[in-house]
Unconditional design. Structure first.
Length: 306
């Protein structure tokens, strides 16, 4: 009995359609015409003898079996990518293409210092960057859309290897007029939960900040409004409340030109641990370990505001 196997290209088209939810956008993402992508998926359906996608003029809907096939296709494509990674790993260190996801509360503050060194020391490395929240980054990692993730722990990212880089302290940021006689660290219980501004859901820094406060009432009363750390700084500058900022952002100058004061928090949980993670058993582990060494060398300096 002859078994006809799907091609990688057909599986790529199917995954692209599932992610885009639209034939035109999927074709654009795959760098082919819409007719080519549509024909490839129809060939796949004919090959395996089942309908994977229900097509109407307005809606693209995957059948239950189609959803299962997409899940398997992600795994097959990831394994195929790793075949090439095995060959690359045998060559020069940190060379070839690498896709790294970085969470938004790290990317703008750490990458500008790291990228020049990577370009200088590893000119053959083509590093493609994705800025996305922790959940999206970990999903992309597990599905093979990215090779490694630079994020903040604690955060559950699935079956991954972890190289912990350094601790990034959290500080309370508030308008200069609120300083009063405070010169040292802030006691967590003294933070006014009704004035606390945090990042919206999806940003792990929100959970790290709440853990630093160790205040049960805070979880229900905090105002979770901000979409980015720069937005939070602007709200504090305008007297709307107080927030928490990581030391790396302060060291990168996020408070320059403002009248905001930052103070450390008296809490053994007032920090997050920056780490590089990648899929367990990846053939490029040596590259990721080397990249982690480069990242580790750019740990924030000790902050004097204690």
């Amino acid at each position: 009995m002859t078994i006809y196997l799907p091609t990688l290209k057909q599986l790529q088209y199917l995954v692209a359609l599932h992610e885009a939810g639209h034939f035109g956008r999927a074709a654009e993402a795959s760098n082919v015409t819409q007719s080519t992508l549509s024909a490839g998926i129809r060939e796949l359906e004919t090959l395996i003898g089942v309908t994977l996608v229900e097509r109407t003029r307005r809606v693209v809907r995957f059948t239950p079996l189609g959803e299962r096939i997409v899940e398997k296709a992600h795994r097959v494509l990831r394994e195929a990518d790793e075949l090439g990674e095995i060959a690359r790993a045998a060559g020069r260190p940190l060379s070839g293409e690498m896709r790294m996801s970085v969470i938004p509360t790290i990317a703008p503050f750490m990458l500008p210092r790291i990228l020049p060194r990577l370009r200088s020391d590893y000119p053959d490395l083509k590093l493609y960057l994705r800025e996305e929240a922790s959940g999206q980054a970990c999903e992309a990692l597990q599905q093979g859309r990215t090779d490694c993730v630079l994020l903040a722990l604690p955060y559950a990212c699935g079956d991954v290897e972890v190289d912990e880089l350094f601790d990034d302290r959290l500080l309370v940021a508030f308008p200069q007029g609120d300083v009063g006689g405070i010169n040292g660290p802030i006691v967590a219980e003294d933070i006014d939960e009704t004035r606390l501004l945090l990042l919206e859901d999806g940003h792990c820094l929100k959970d790290h900040a709440l853990a630093a406060c160790s205040h049960l009432e805070l979880r229900g009363k905090a105002s979770m409004l901000g979409t980015s750390l720069h937005t939070m700084v602007q709200m504090v500058e305008n007297g709307l409340g107080v927030t928490m900022l990581p030391a790396m952002a302060i060291e990168a100058g996020i408070l320059e030109g403002t009248h905001i004061v930052a103070r450390a928090i008296e809490s053994d949980r007032a920090s997050r641990r920056i780490a590089l993670v990648w899929r367990r058993a990846s053939p490029r582990e040596r590259d990721f370990r080397l990249l982690a060494d480069v990242l580790r060398s750019h740990a924030p300096a000790a902050d004097p505001r204690k």
